[in-house]
Design a binder for this molecule. Structure first.
Ligand SMILES: NC(=O)c1ccc[n+]([C@@H]2O[C@H](COP(=O)([O-])OP(=O)(O)OC[C@H]3O[C@@H](n4cnc5c(N)ncnc54)[C@H](OP(=O)(O)O)[C@@H]3O)[C@@H](O)[C@H]2O)c1
Length: 354
């Protein structure tokens, strides 16, 4: 059994974590904390947990939480996470941070996009980007996981097979770089739509009225998740990649659907592309490549840790269109965090997530 603490337990990501971890056979939840006036049963905050847990949620007191746990999930806003993480790290505890505080390797990029000074950049080099499909081997021994952002999770998974080498364990199974040279790594356009929970509980409340019967773009080519995608795709492809990214808000609660447009440099058939994606993800428990002619829909991934991917190759237009769907609160946040915990603790990777 691993003893876990959830800091930020009353937020969207914290609530989702709690619901997953209550059903996880290898986890004992030892602490729940959040910014809260007085200690309160978590089942009073989330009535659907009545009868499932007697845990109390209170203000974080690290002198009590740290000694009691083996691993902490930080489901906190960025800026707050980097104040909490060192408390656990200094004591040798594992940390999975769901915020953006440890995702960007270059501190100046973080400070530019998040508009604040990083408090402990010395931890950035040892933080492992928690995308299991790429970094599984590095996640196993890691002490600090920077859990990926919600948009980046779907976008990166949607682009990977076209941009670089096959995943390590698949290298023998598929010729290296089949798509490399056929699909351009430049001028990648991403048009993504998110449900309102992506903004967090507090901001969502304000958005609900504004977004009723509405649909709009925001932070056009200026969203803070773009540098995260650029960092990871560039590292994977071994060359500088900068996506053009237009996020949109849609009036649903959860889910992200991204349409990614990549330019073909040489002939690539639908069949070849399908084969590449199927092969690339064939051993991945949470990525499903849909058959030719099928495209993902949010209701199929809602409340699951799956990423669904559909492909359309248009040789005449020299374009590849990749559509991917995830639940922002599960594969885009808390489910992926539990997947990372499973890998770090040597559990079955799918434990608690099926
Ligand atoms: N929502 C998503 O789809 C999503 C996806 C991927 C990653 N993330 C990231 O995950 C993190 C949490 O997101 P969220 O959507 O769950 O946000 P949220 O709904 O706003 O929840 C934030 C949580 O942090 C707590 N908190 C805030 N300031 C605190 C402080 N100073 N001390 C202790 N607790 C504090 C809040 O407590 P109170 O409620 O009492 O204020 C709440 O429990 C963020 O960094 C976000 O960027 C979110």
């Amino acid at each position: 059994m691993v003893k876990v603490a959830i800091v930020g337990a009353t937020g969207y990501a914290g609530e989702e974590l709690l619901k997953i971890l209550i059903g996880h056979p290898r986890v004992e939840i030892v602490s729940l904390s959040a910014k809260i006036d007085k200690p309160q049963k978590i089942s009073q905050i989330f009535p659907e947990l009545s009868g499932k847990t007697d845990l109390i949620c209170e203000e974080p007191d690290f002198s009590k939480i740290v000694p009691d746990c083996d691993l902490a999930f930080l489901a906190l806003p960025h800026r707050v996470s980097m104040e909490a993480a060192p408390e656990f790290l200094r004591a040798g505890k594992k940390v999975i941070d769901l915020s953006a505080d440890y995702r960007l390797k270059d501190v100046s990029v973080y400070e530019q996009w998040y508009g604040l000074k990083h408090k402990n950049p010395e931890y950035l080099a040892r933080a492992v980007y928690g995308l299991p499909e790429v970094y599984r081997e590095k996640i196993k021994p890691a002490q600090l996981i920077a859990n990926p952002g919600c948009y980046p999770t779907g976008i990166i998974l949607g682009c990977l097979p076209f941009l670089g080498p096959s995943l390590k364990r698949n290298r023998k199974a598929y010729p290296l770089g089949l798509a490399k040279g056929k699909v351009s790594s430049q001028n990648i356009i991403v048009d993504a739509k998110t449900g309102l929970s992506g903004a967090g509980r507090e901001k969502e409340a304000a958005l609900v009225a504004e977004m009723e019967n509405n649909f709009r773009a925001y932070k056009v080519d200026a969203h803070q998740h773009a540098p995260e995608v650029n960092q990871e795709l560039s590292a994977f492809a071994g060359e500088r990649i900068e996506i053009t990214f237009t996020p949109h808000l849609i009036p649903i609660q959860r889910g992200i659907l991204s349409a990614i447009y990549l330019q073909l440099k040489k002939a690539l058939s639908q069949e070849e592309a399908q084969g590449l994606y199927q092969d690339f993800y064939k051993d991945e428990p949470f990525v499903k490549v849909l058959p030719e002619g099928k495209f993902p829909q949010l209701k199929d991934v809602a409340k699951t840790n799956f990423c669904h991917i559909g492909l359309k190759i248009s040789p005449a237009k020299k374009i590849a269109i990749v559509i991917c769907a995830i639940d922002n609160l599960v594969k885009g946040a808390s489910g992926q965090a539990v997947q990372n915990m499973n890998i770090m603790c040597g559990f079955e990777e799918t434990e608690g997530l099926r």
